[in-house]
Every structure is written in C-alpha cells, then in structure tokens.
Design a protein around this ligand. Sequence first.
Ligand SMILES: [Zn+2]
Length: 82
Amino acid sequence: MKVVAPARAVTEVDGLSGRRYRATDGIYEMSPRDGRALVQAGGFLPSLAGATSRAFGYRCPADGFGSFFVTCSRCGGTCEKE
Ligand SMILES: [Zn+2]
C-alpha cells in the first residue's frame, strides 16, 4: 500500500516489522501492516490527500512544480515555501 509521509522532512521510516522504508516523492510503498501503523502515526493515504500540491509546502518558481522538498524533483531548482 502507498502512504504519504506525515511531514515533508521525513524521507525514511521504520515499520513495525523492522523494515526500513524510503519515501519516493513523499510516498512510501509499504506492507499493509506497516502502512496502517504509519497512517496512525500521522501519515495519510494518497486517496485522502486531495490537495497534495498544497500539502507539500514548496513550489518551484521555474516550472511551478509542487514539491515536498526544497529542491525541485523535476528540474533541480530551488523551490520556494508556499
Ligand atoms: Zn522545477
């Protein structure tokens, strides 16, 4: 299952199973058990994250890409806080 990271600074999380997950663009691909645990800890399901671009917090001034990170994952530019 996919789980959206609870905070933009979070790029790694340990699941209940002891497995370590790395986020890709703020999304974790986790086992159902670990995913549910992360949701309870503050993560959320992509289907519930309707306004993802607003939740991400950064936007690239060069191409308008909404980003979870300061560095634009599309062009590598520096994003500004929304
Ligand atoms: Zn960009």
